[in-house]
Design a protein around this ligand. Sequence first.
Ligand SMILES: Cc1cc2nc3c(=O)[nH]c(=O)nc-3n(C[C@H](O)[C@H](O)[C@H](O)COP(=O)(O)OP(=O)(O)OC[C@H]3O[C@@H](n4cnc5c(N)ncnc54)[C@H](O)[C@@H]3O)c2cc1C
Length: 435
Amino acid sequence: MTTPPYDAIIVGSGPGGASVARDLARRHWRVLVLEQGSAAPLSGTLTQMASMAAIPGRGLFIHRDASLLVQGIGAGGSSALNFATAAAPPPAMFAAHGIDLSRQLAQLRAELPIAPLPDSLVGPMARRLTAGARAAGMDWQALDKMIRPARCRAGCWRCVYGCPFGAKWTARDFLDQAIENGAVLFDRTRARRVLLEDGRAVGVVYTRAGTTQVAQARVVVLAGGAVGSSRLLHASGLRGATSGFFSDPVISVMGAVDDLAVAVNDGEDAGNEVPMAAGVRFDGDGISLADLALPRPLFQAFAAQAGRLDRLAAHARTLSVMVKIGDEIGGAIGPRWVSKPLHASDRLKFARGVELARAVLREAGASHVFASHHFAAHPGGSVRIGDGVDADLQTAAPNLYVCDASVIPGPWGLPPTLTLLCLGTRLASHLARQT
Ligand SMILES: Cc1cc2nc3c(=O)[nH]c(=O)nc-3n(C[C@H](O)[C@H](O)[C@H](O)COP(=O)(O)OP(=O)(O)OC[C@H]3O[C@@H](n4cnc5c(N)ncnc54)[C@H](O)[C@@H]3O)c2cc1C
């Protein structure tokens, strides 16, 4: 038998894929990363963000009930566009599958810039909401962020479009380290299916520059995200046409204040600040609240979608509270579509969360309060541990692994990135031990 040219092919370069790629490359594995999006440098512009997350059927999915599911398509996956909030993996959920991520978590915490924002980077809207939430009796605390304060600029919001200053940690950081250690990245390259021989994964069929080609490897890791990996398994004949999933849907509850202590910076106006500086989690209810300042075009899109054209000009005065719920696993990721209707229990959580957000805004002195339609940005749980993969993240096909948000074993409601980095680090160690 001839030796395949790669030790591992990794499909997708988000947090799951980039962490496996980096750690295997550091162990001198010959690694090929296939990423369907572009690896062009992040510019922090609306145009680039839209090209990654607003093309229907690629980064943007519109459900039948008009709610939206957003994901980032490009090097770093959704981490390029995310809000940089870090949360530790919930130990009990993983312990139920015999998985302990505490060692990986300690290692990543020691390595990555994970800490609350310094006061100088907390915007006036986040400060006002903290005061409102505490006046409402909530245990509203600073959230851990994956941001390098020395490179972050007060009054800037560009992390939401893709931080061009290197302040926000993204999976591109790990991808770059993988490449420094010899990994090969093919961007604008779409994996079509896993190549199987006698039921074992031996490579990937992919399309690059209009040509369909095959790459072979000892190990294949699917890290295309909850939508991408379940579709690839189906296209490879290894899974049914549809997979249920969670999406961690969000409603933004907004209200205006007239006396905001505005910190205008470099010609920017208020409403431009790092989102999710602080918040609270009601664990038993599966509800989280946080400040959610958004750049003007996104705020206006939410106001328009809610039919509040009267608020379009109020961006600089409008406080926004994010209500996120851990929704039930359900709906379906299909080969060409995605559908995620809310369960009755999800609607109840939202009703409770919106009530809590209104209390925060009331205490913050806001008026003209309205709520957006729900939208989502954390699809996961479509190829769950204990269902689609085993505790080592291996599928039923030997040598084929999945490492991304799809493997999260149950309803979620947390920022997933740090958990996915823990899982990727753990998978790389496991693979290194196996061979
Ligand atoms: C607006 C927004 C805000 C968020 N805020 C936070 C936050 O504050 N904190 C947090 O922890 N998380 C946040 N998230 C979620 C977090 O970023 C994602 O959960 C995480 O990036 C998922 O990682 P992943 O490895 O599963 O895959 P992804 O990040 O989805 O990456 C998958 C990659 O695989 C590629 N791919 C898919 N299919 C193929 C194929 N067939 N061939 C080649 N490439 C393919 C995709 O193009 C993509 O780049 C946010 C997400 C968004 C969109």
